[in-house]
Design a protein around this ligand. Structure first.
Ligand code: SAM
Length: 293
């Protein structure tokens, strides 16, 4: 009699434990797991978001330092500048710019990856209130496949004629011409009369495309063998916005249509066509508003 009761008690206890364990596992599975992070200066940056910039944690710092050096040399940075960065990613440049801009300076970063924008707002804006970040839910196969918004609906939350510097690292390399034109028209509106735009891109002609196909210097296998529209080549028809290149003429027409002026165009050697230059870098354009006659 006693042993039958003991067996029942043990069976019930086992059942209760099993139910509790199942509940615990279900709750554990629902709890969002912390992503691995990379410790950089005083920040812990989610590694998966660093990877979405196209480069990994090991090069995060060196690329950031290279960016700032390039910007200082080509467009100049001043502590009181108002800087707009399109494609701010996980704050590679913004973190460096917190050390350059004074409290009178201002920075706005724009990106289409919501988690990156949220991370930057929680970690950078919290310490530097003059740094803010804006998310646009634009559809992009690579960076935001579920996006619902169109670039041409964007109106930047910025007063006319107020921005000193606009920066785009490898953003026009992921965009078609009508969308680039829309951004450039917005830049023309928000840029100060003496302001400058710094944008990297892939600029091609037949010889550069031939060199790219022969040399294959980048890890992305850039060949630009597919004409997408007049003066615009894509690398992979399955991922059209993965990498987009333009002829110089197509870019100049777009820049002129937006009412902007191309001040300089500096070649990078991503294609291997310019052997005197270090390998890898994209081409760079510096644009300004047209002088008032
Ligand atoms: C090559 S990553 C560079 C990120 C960052 N500037 C860096 O150096 O780490 C390009 C960034 O542009 C963003 N991007 C792509 N298309 C965009 C668009 N139409 N508008 C704004 N950002 C865009 C991507 O989400 C990505 O963060």
């Amino acid at each position: 009699m006693f042993s039958t009761l003991a067996v029942w008690i043990l069976a019930l206890a086992a059942l209760a434990s099993a139910v509790l364990l199942a509940r615990f596992i279900a709750r554990w599975q629902r709890t969002p797991r912390a992503q691995p992070t990379f410790s950089f200066e005083e920040y812990d940056i989610p590694v998966d978001l660093i990877n979405l910039t196209g480069a990994g944690p090991e090069t995060f710092g060196p690329i950031a330092a290279g960016h700032i050096q390039h910007l200082e040399q080509s467009i100049g940075l001043d502590p009181d500048h108002f800087i707009l960065e399109i494609g701010s990613g996980i704050g590679r440049d913004a973190i460096q710019l917190t050390k350059i801009l004074s409290p009178k300076g201002r920075y706005i970063g724009v990106d289409i990856i919501k988690r990156s924008i949220d991370w930057c707002a929680s970690n950078i804006s919290r310490r530097f209130p003059n740094f803010s970040f804006v998310h646009y839910d634009l559809k992009d196969q690579l960076h935001n496949p579920t996006g619902t918004m169109q670039t041409q609906k964007i109106r930047l939350p910025i007063t006319d004629g107020s921005v000193d510097r606009i920066i785009l690292w490898s953003v026009f390399t992921h965009m078609f011409r009508a969308d680039i034109l829309h951004y450039l028209i917005e830049f023309e509106r928000v840029l100060r009369p003496d302001g400058l735009i710094f944008a990297t891109c892939f600029i091609v002609n037949d010889a550069i495309i031939a060199s790219a196909q022969k040399n294959d210097l980048t890890p992305y296998g850039l060949r630009f063998a597919h004409l997408a529209e007049s003066g615009c080549y894509i690398n992979d028809p399955a991922h059209p916005l993965g990498a987009v290149a333009y002829t110089e003429q197509a870019l100049q027409e777009t820049i002129a249509k937006a009412g902007l002026l191309q001040k300089t165009m500096q070649r990078g050697n991503w294609s291997g066509h310019f052997p005197d230059l270090p390998a890898g870098a994209q081409d760079t354009m510096i644009l300004s508003r047209k002088p008032v006659p």
